[in-house]
Ligand binder design. Structure first.
Ligand code: AMP
Ligand code: GLY
Length: 422
């Protein structure tokens, strides 16, 4: 039998990461760095960076191969909302990631509103509407500006910040016309909050809830927070202007009461909870929950983890989080996404990316998101293609290192924001 550590995590371990983006590359790299891990595999599409450190498994084979792994870490929300964690746990496996019932915190905004109301969590006032007529009446009652959200998972496209009643009415009609399929069959209308946004990440093992580092991501495509929303063009950790004391207070007013209310309904949360907060004049308010790590936030959180990533994830998956030494390194991490020209709209693929070794040699870490290997070459294969990350004693130092390193990247078709963490 393999030797176990203090947290019960076996040595010589085999770990499976579900997903194949930049977030999963960062997770797999952190897990592979553990002296207790022998093998890492990932399930998903091609990714030149992941394939250099982990065996690739076809997503259709996850449930077949998972029993040969000591731990399965589920990266994206879709398999969680689909109940993958439940099916693997039913087979007796150790899984990092919440159940389908708990994943409703991301998969249904109406569900989250109801939990928040019962838990007394500060959040935007909202109306949940099941018909077009109901929603139009609520829009007129609430007035503009107003936020219109499709209830379900809409790949980040289901939210409209409407400045006028007409815009809000149009957004509501688009939802009920089926633009988001079943995700838009119910609409959540919210008062518009104002303030900087921060991302708070907490681990929960079903009993114990503990914070990780905070982060801020940069959602807009272009410098100066202009242009369309994207999955995220960069991230910085810690979130500027959000102290550890404020983070701990938000854990107590937002995260812990939400998870306690879920638990009272018989739903234990196991995994990471990502709280998107807005720092309003009345204090932090919850904008949304996600039931997974952020991408690219994950890429700036793990480099600052002052603990063995494999042991932390294993302890969370097995109810041993309270025993875990869990600290965050001082200093900061800055991550810059390099996207294909045109992202978030259609992009060209199969362009050769050179200079990656020189970027690394300049002190940055390259996480691959949309790449594929082709012999010795790395080709672009998606919208967000790389996240390049550097750490440093403070944000300014990390920022300088990452942008200096990026000067060595040789990919004419790549585009990045120049103002991440600026
Ligand atoms: P969500 O998918 O709920 O995170 O919304 C996407 C983005 O829309 C958030 O990151 C915020 O920037 C913005 N947003 C969502 N809800 C509100 C709100 N009630 N007030 C202001 N901005 C919001
Ligand atoms: N970067 C935002 C997200 O992962 O949802």
């Amino acid at each position: 039998m393999a030797a176990s550590t203090a947290t019960g995590a076996p040595s010589g371990a085999r770990v499976l990461v579900v997903g194949s983006g930049g977030r999963e590359h960062a997770l797999a790299a952190a897990i592979a760095a553990s002296p207790k891990v022998a093998t890492v595999a990932f399930a998903g599409g091609p990714n030149a960076g992941l394939e250099a450190i982990a065996e690739r498994i076809a997503p259709e084979r996850i449930e077949e191969v998972a029993p040969s792994f000591d731990l399965t870490v589920i990266g994206p929300e879709a398999p969680l909302a689909d109940g993958l964690a439940d099916r693997l746990r039913a087979a007796g496996l150790v899984v990092f990631g919440p159940s389908q019932a708990a994943a409703q915190l991301e998969a249904s905004k109406a569900f989250t509103k109801e939990i928040c109301t019962r838990a007394g969590v500060p959040t935007a006032k909202a109306a949940i509407c099941d018909t077009l007529e109901e929603a139009l009446a609520a829009v007129r009652r609430m007035g503009a500006p107003i936020v219109v959200k499709a209830d379900g998972l809409a790949a980040g496209k289901g939210v409209v910040l409407a400045d006028t009643l007409e815009e809000a009415e149009r957004a509501v009609s688009v939802c009920f016309d089926g633009a988001f399929g079943a995700a838009g069959a119910r609409v959540v209308l919210e008062e518009r909050l104002e303030g900087p946004e921060v991302s708070l990440f907490a681990l929960s093992d079903g009993k114990c809830v503990r914070p990780l580092a905070t982060a801020r991501d940069y959602k807009r495509a272009f410098d100066g927070d202009r242009g369309p929303n994207t999955g995220g063009m960069g991230a910085v950790s810690p979130a500027p202007g959000f102290s550890d004391a404020e983070r701990d207070a938000a854990m107590d007013t937002i995260v812990r009461p939400s998870l306690a209310t879920l638990a009272a309904d018989g739903i234990d949360y196991v995994g990471v909870l990502y709280a998107g907060l807005m720092l309003t004049r009345e204090g932090p308010k919850l904008i949304e929950y996600n039931v997974r790590f952020g991408d690219p936030e994950c890429q700036v959180i793990f480099p600052r983890l002052g603990a063995d990533a494999y042991e932390v994830l294993y302890a969370t998956a097995t109810g041993n989080l309270a025993d875990m030494k869990l600290t965050t390194e001082d200093g900061a991490a800055v991550g810059v996404v390099v996207a294909a020209e045109g992202y978030p709209a259609a992009v060209r693929k199969d362009e050769v990316i050179r200079g990656l070794d020189a970027v690394s040699a300049a002190g940055a870490t390259v996480y691959h998101a949309g790449t594929r290997p082709d012999g010795e070459l790395v080709l672009s294969n998606g919208g967000r293609v790389l996240t390049v990350v550097a750490t440093g004693p403070d944000v300014a130092a990390a920022r300088k290192t990452v942008y200096d390193a990026l000067a060595h990247l040789d990919w004419p078709g790549g585009r990045m924001r120049r103002d991440i963490a600026g």
